[in-house]
Design a protein. Structure first.
Length: 150
């Protein structure tokens, strides 16, 4: 039981900290609802002329994913570089597999348009839609051709 005492103590301290944080927030929070001026968006002293969009574009999240992917890669490459000589071929293969996984994730994000910040482009058809009239060429038949009535 003595081995579990530090874990139990940390759980109790964590629950106590969370409870005291919520209670302190409730006690110190303002009692009245904020005015319309308080909840209005503020951008460098400029009064907004239109409502902000309700959702961030997906590209915002894709760029955040790129940041996280490369941040994690750098975090794991530093310790690998320190012990590179001791790991030898095994370490090289492992880091190449890791880099390949990161590259696949990066290619997925790029294919979803993570690095395209301009307006969305719409594809315009280069040729008209195919129909039986545009696909089949009608050749006038010659009299006396096989399969023709003379």
């Amino acid at each position: 039981m003595d081995q579990y005492l530090p874990i139990l103590l940390m759980l109790v301290l964590g629950a106590l900290f969370a409870g005291l944080s919520f209670a302190g927030s409730k006690l110190l929070a303002p009692r009245q609802k904020p005015s319309a001026q308080k909840v209005a968006p503020y951008e460098c002293g400029i009064v907004p002329s239109r409502e902000p969009p309700s959702r961030f574009p997906v590209r915002f999240y894709l760029v955040a994913m790129i940041f996280i992917i490369f941040d994690i890669e750098v975090i794991f490459l530093y310790p690998w570089a320190v012990v590179f000589r001791q790991l030898r071929a095994f370490g090289l293969v492992e880091v190449l597999v890791f880099a390949a996984v990161v590259l696949v994730a990066f290619m997925y994000l790029v294919s979803n348009g993570a690095l395209q910040w301009g307006p969305a482009r719409r594809l315009e058809p280069g040729i008209p839609a195919r129909t039986s009239e545009s696909t089949i060429t009608r050749v006038p038949s010659e009299p006396g051709a096989p399969g023709q009535a003379a």
